[in-house]
Design a protein around this ligand. Structure first.
Ligand SMILES: C[S@@+](CC[C@H](N)C(=O)[O-])C[C@H]1O[C@@H](n2cnc3c(N)ncnc32)[C@H](O)[C@@H]1O
Length: 287
């Protein structure tokens, strides 16, 4: 049984609002079994869909992701006014949904002024596209334009009212800090006794063509090395760290000396059907 020195909002029952590549829901039990016995503040620098965050609901958390559309969603879930505006916009997308409408909304990011659009508009667009696109994938091209085709659904349900309400309450009432930068910056304030869960884009096994394009910024071998440095420096500061990744020779070399547990996972998101299947993953801890 894990003890949280930070308060945990134990009556909450939340789940991710978007389907996210690398989502951790199917291996949550294994991750939970590997959590430290106790910790103070919770950090998740690669939060993505936030499967572990919503499962644990720690009352003091710092979450971060480099993906600006995702961050727009979380910012709107935190602020009363933005939250209401986002829901109105989601209802509008549901009511207007058809094939042409999907491609019209998808094209918004081709406009250079898109980044100036209000957060609620960007957030609702991101959720709508996530629910209406093929496989719930978030993928952009080299220019940063969202390029996943429509799933050709007749109707699209963009949200679950109760779930959104709970997340809104959690983000607005508890001490949840939402950041949108690089993982190193996001962990700068972590202190001894805090806990950081790293779930980065995975290292690509030598023989596989895998998915890592969550944004226009690629996550390459050099980033994996920077991450291992960050893991080691947090370890020296007494911060408890856990990291998920593929079971590759490179990752095992980078984390040599830490606890490495090999697990089997069935990955659900891959653009090629042949790429879906069992892949070995690792859970690495410094405790
Ligand atoms: C494997 S996913 C996280 C999945 C998440 N745990 C879940 O359950 O959905 C990795 C995330 O890292 C983000 N990312 C990529 N490079 C990053 C960086 N340099 N700093 C912070 N986040 C980054 C991506 O946008 C993506 O959302």
């Amino acid at each position: 049984m894990v003890k949280y020195n930070t308060k945990v909002v134990s009556n909450m029952c939340m789940s991710p609002v978007v389907k996210w590549a690398g989502g951790k829901r199917q291996i949550l039990d294994k991750i939970k079994a590997a959590l430290p016995k106790d910790f103070n503040n919770y950090y998740e620098p690669f939060v993505g869909g936030g499967a572990l965050l919503f499962e644990l609901a720690p009352a003091n958390a710092v979450i971060n992701d480099v993906n600006q559309e995702l961050l727009a969603i979380y910012k709107c879930l935190q602020d009363d006014e933005l939250y209401k505006l986002m829901i109105v916009e989601l209802d509008k997308h549901e009511a207007n949904h058809n094939e042409d409408y999907f491609y019209e909304i998808r094209a918004w990011d081709r406009n250079p002024r898109f980044e100036l659009e209000p957060l609620w508009k960007r957030a609702a667009r991101a959720i709508y596209l996530n629910k209406a696109c093929f496989n719930g994938l978030y993928r952009v091209n080299s220019k940063g334009y969202f390029n996943v085709p429509s799933a050709k659904k007749e109707k699209v349900k963009t949200y679950d009212v109760e779930n959104l309400k709970e997340i809104h309450e959690y983000f607005s009432k508890e001490n949840i800090q939402i950041l949108s930068g690089d993982f190193v910056e996001a962990t700068r304030t972590a202190k001894s006794g805090d806990f950081v869960y790293f779930d980065p884009p995975y290292d690509i096994p030598e023989d596989k063509d895998s998915f890592t394009a969550y944004s226009k910024f690629d996550f390459n071998k050099e980033d994996q090395r920077r991450l291992a440095e960050c893991f080691k420096s947090l370890t020296k500061r007494g911060v408890k760290c856990m990291l998920s990744n593929h079971n590759t020779a490179y990752i095992k070399e980078l984390y040599n000396g830490f606890n490495i547990q090999v697990i089997h996972a069935k990955r659900m998101i891959n653009s090629k059907a042949s790429g879906r299947g069992a892949v070995e993953e690792v859970i690495i801890t410094n405790y």
